[in-house]
Design a protein around this ligand. Sequence first.
Ligand code: TNX
Length: 525
Amino acid sequence: LARAAAGRAAGALAGPAPVRLGDVVPAPEQVLPDPAGHFTLSADAVLQVSAAGRDVAEQLAGWLRPATGFPLPVADTAEGGPLTLTLSPADAAVPSGAVATAASGPVDHARLGDEGYRLDVTAGGVRITAVTPAGLFRGAQTLRQLLPAPIESPTVTAARWAVPGGTIVDRPRFAYRGAMLDVARHFFPVEDVLRVVDHLARYKLNHLHLHLTDDQGWRIAVDSWPRLAEVGGATEVGGGTGGWYTRDDYRRIVAYAARRHVTVVPEIDLPGHTNAALVAYPELAPGKVAPPPYTGTEVGFSFVDPADERTYAFVADVVGEVAALTPGPWLHLGGDEAFKVPADSYRTFVERAQRLVAATGKTVVGWHQLAPAEHVDGRVLQWWGTNGDDPETADAVRRGARLILSPGNHAYLDMKYAPDTPIGNDWAGLIDVRRAYEWDPATHVRGVPAEAVLGVEAPLWTETVTSRAEIEFMLFPRLPAIAELGWSPRETHDWPRFRSRLAAQGPRWTIAGITFHPSPKIPWP
Ligand code: TNX
């Protein structure tokens, strides 16, 4: 009470409920509150960090400075201070003063893995420990959520910057946690994509899949086939002027994402969804005649000629250039909805295309329509079905494929929330936030064992989505639900609890200026 009164006197928002240690999305693996140990961030705080963690500390300071107005310098030292980020090798000793209880056991750094972290909050300070900078970054995002909501303010706000005491030990359930942005149906400028990366990073997602090509637009510069972007990039759904990313634009997105420990997965959708490429290069079209540019929203009518050798030179050039621009291990070949290509030519085409991708050194990702094709090393299928009974996909998994789960009726962010949602599609049904949350990636497709599931991805198709605000409206609050399915242990899965943790995110989005759909089932404060 005294604390709340002091907060009000200082001009803080009236009575925001103090954050509890477990009030984090996605839910952490282990949470051990220590009500006696809360920490308050003060104006003289310094962030201390060893060299390899410096960039994460700079980003954390960057999130905290605008609202607090504190200088929060970052100091290169491993010494414990009020805010310490420690990178420790897998065999490091338990940090002194760490809370080791029966529930947590001593810190086992080997268990933290590539993205895990430990967060200790005592009256004396906050320490984040991880084995990698990515782990520190995930822990820093948790700390951000443990500060009161006004920490999201872009301008100085008076508040008591308290962090609840205790220990969190956390790591992801699945290695691949992503979202897809379709920049082909509508083009979005680089700044909008960077903002989407920030949204992913906030919820510990680690992959951004960019759907770079489709009937309505080709969005990535290819030097060896320059008309793809110059001609194929000039259209979009509804007749707007479209746009495309230069190599430098794309590099900027990749670098921005990398700093946030997000890997970009570029998709070149083949052999269908290629009208924009055919407009640019009629030689790729089956009849060698350029089709008219397409700005509608039908699918399945276009394809590159699978019978012409020139098509394979095109595929090799494009995937070669995109692979060279992409530091991440993946290259997505699309493969969906090539309705006009007979099954045998489809198969021949994708088998060759898969090998061309493999030759670039990248791992093939493709929509689950690639399933019948022969296996290539490491191949990953992105499953977007609506019925988990899918023998073809299960068979591809038996032959070595792994799966990314994007069930159309749970994870598709372009579906409407409700009948009156002003934008969105509904072919896979309506997806309110509860439907987005109520499924289990590990058991969703029959005959696919949990070990074959690489993770989850929430695609946002943009036939009806035209602006940054509309992107956010479709992402929030469903993206955090999918993020939680990807990150949190199944034992934490619980709708009533998720609902109330999610509700507490609402004021953060409001203060941060993020548009969201105020789902009626969520008890927003
Ligand atoms: C199906 S899902 C598509 C897209 C559409 C989407 C609309 C998939 C691999 N293909 O071309 O944009 O439905 O929901």
